[in-house]
Design a protein. Structure first.
Length: 160
């Protein structure tokens, strides 16, 4: 019923995702006190302190999801496709921080987050073929990115 956990693979999977978050936070941190602080934001914008714990949890869930798929074996085409899509969306996730905070471009970040959302959806669909649990673990992520897309759009509209 229970299979043995490969602790090494689990840690690698979670660390890869957390590392993507660290890279994104480099761009974020450089803009928080100046540019971002001065932007007009919608009334539903969460307080800044919410983002760190939310993303830490999401990256952890993403890592566990990746692990569950990886455990099915890289020799399977469906697993390779799933991991490719996962890597694509993870790269797009990091790119969003560069566009929004690094380049200070809510417009390009909004266009990119739409592509990111589609990549997450494709990843969920592919992961579901391999592990329903892995796909379910990505649901909070796509919900958060949906909210982030709305927030991104409103910031772009409020700050032309």
């Amino acid at each position: 019923m229970f299979q043995k956990v490969n602790v090494f693979r689990l840690l690698v999977s979670v660390i890869i995702c957390q590392f993507a978050g660290v890279i994104g936070s480099i761009f974020t941190a450089s803009s928080l006190e100046g540019w971002y602080f001065l932007l007009e934001k919608p009334t539903f914008n969460p307080p800044s302190w919410v983002f760190f714990p939310a993303w830490t949890i999401l990256y952890t869930l993403m890592g566990i999801s990746l692990y569950l798929v990886w455990e099915h074996g890289l020799q399977h085409k469906e697993v390779k496709t799933g991991i490719f899509l996962f890597g694509l969306q993870l790269g797009l996730n990091t790119l969003w921080s560069l566009l929004f905070f690094g380049l200070k471009s809510p417009y390009y970040a909004f266009l990119e987050i739409l592509i990111l959302w589609a990549a997450i959806l494709l990843t969920i669909m592919q992961f579901r073929k391999i592990s329903k649990s892995a796909s379910f673990l990505l649901i909070p992520y796509i919900l958060w990115v949906s909210f982030a897309a709305l927030l991104n759009y409103q910031i772009w509209v409020l700050n032309p």
